[in-house]
Design a protein around this ligand. Structure first.
Ligand code: GLP
Length: 259
C-alpha cells in the first residue's frame, strides 16, 4: 500500500469521530507514523495527492501537516517535500548514579562532542550566590555547552561553579567532571530536579527541533563529600531523546526516608 493509501485507511477508521477534518487527518498521519506504516525518512505524499485521495481541501491538508511539522513528527525540506522526521534513539538514563555526560555516552559507545556556548568568569547572579554560597565580591565560573552524541544534539548544559574551584574555565577539556577530578573536586552526591518545559526559539534551534516542542529542564546541584556545593547546573534536554529511569524500593523497618 502506498503512503497515501495508508493515511487514507487511517482516516477512514477515524472518520466517525466528529472532530474537525484537519484534526482527523493530523491524527491519521500520526497514527500511520506510530504504527510504522510510514517510517522515518519516508516522503509524505504531496498535498494534492492527500487532498484528492481523502476528498478534502488542500487548505485542510496544509493545516494538518503544519501542525505535525511544529510537533516534530514531520520535517519539511525546502524544494524536496515533507518527510517523516528521523526517529531519535532514546537514551535511557539511570537516576541513581552520579555520572557525567561523557561517561554516560561512552558507556553506550556513542561519540561525544560539545560546542562551547560560553565559558568565563562573571559576577554571580543572586541564584548562583545563594546555591554556591558566594559573596557578591567573588566570581562565578560559567561553562555552557551544547552536548552532542553521535552527531545529534541532545542537551544544552549551563554549569556554574565557584571561581575558586574552577579559576580557568578555558582550561577544561572535553569533560567538566574529569577536570574537577584532577583537582579533587569531583562531586560525590547530587540532587537533581527534572521538570517539563517547552523549548524556546534559541534552545530549539541549537537542539535542531521545532520551537515549542517538549523538553526536560534539569537542575543539578552537586556536593563534595564535605557537604560543600560544587556545581549548579541548569540543563535543557530534548524530550524525544531521554528517558530518565529511577529504581524505587520499599523502605525496610527502621530505615528513614531521605530526600
Ligand atoms: C551531566 C550533568 C551535568 C554535569 C555533566 C558533566 O550531564 N547533568 O550536571 O555538569 O554531566 O559532564 P562532563 O564531565 O561530560 O562535562
Amino acid at each position: 500500500m502506498s503512503a497515501a493509501d495508508q493515511i487514507f485507511a487511517m482516516l477512514k477508521e477515524s472518520s466517525q469521530s466528529g472532530a474537525p477534518l484537519y484534526l482527523q487527518l493530523r491524527r491519521s498521519i500520526e497514527e500511520a507514523v506510530n504504527r510504522g506504516l510510514i517510517g522515518p525518512g519516508d516522503a509524505l505524499p504531496s498535498e494534492r495527492d492527500i487532498a484528492s485521495k481523502a476528498d478534502i481541501s488542500r487548505v485542510t491538508v496544509r493545516k494538518a501537516v503544519q501542525d505535525l511539522v511544529k510537533g516534530g513528527i514531520l520535517v519539511q525540506r525546502h524544494g524536496s517535500g515533507t518527510f517523516v522526521a528521523p526517529r531519535m534513539e532514546r537514551v535511557e538514563q539511570s537516576l541513581s548514579r552520579l555520572t557525567s555526560f561523557t561517561e554516560d555516552m561512552a558507556r553506550r559507545g556513542m561519540n561525544v562532542r560539545s560546542v562551547w556556548l560560553d565559558r568565563g568568569l562573571y559576577a554571580p547572579s543572586p541564584d548562583e550566590m545563594m546555591v554556591l554560597g558566594l559573596s557578591s565580591t567573588e566570581l562565578v565560573a560559567r561553562v555552557a555547552r551544547l552536548r552532542i552524541a553521535n552527531d545529534t544534539p541532545l542537551a544544552i548544559e549551563r554549569a556554574a561553579l565557584s571561581a575558586n574551584v574552577l579559576p580557568d574555565p578555558e582550561a577544561i577539556g572535553s569533560s567538566l567532571y574529569a577536570a574537577l577530578e584532577t583537582t579533587g573536586n569531583r562531586p560525590v552526591r547530587a540532587v537533581q530536579r527534572i521538570s517539563a518545559t517547552n523549548l524556546g526559539d534559541a534552545d530549539a534551534r541549537l537542539l535542531e527541533v521545532p520551537p515549542g516542542v517538549a523538553g526536560l529542564q534539569i537542575e543539578r546541584i552537586s556536593y563534595l563529600a564535605s557537604g560543600k556545593v560544587i556545581e549548579f547546573t541548569r540543563s535543557v534536554y530534548r524530550g524525544d531523546a531521554y528517558d530518565f529511569v529511577a529504581e524505587l524500593r520499599l523502605t525496610g523497618p527502621g530505615e528513614e526516608l531521605r530526600p
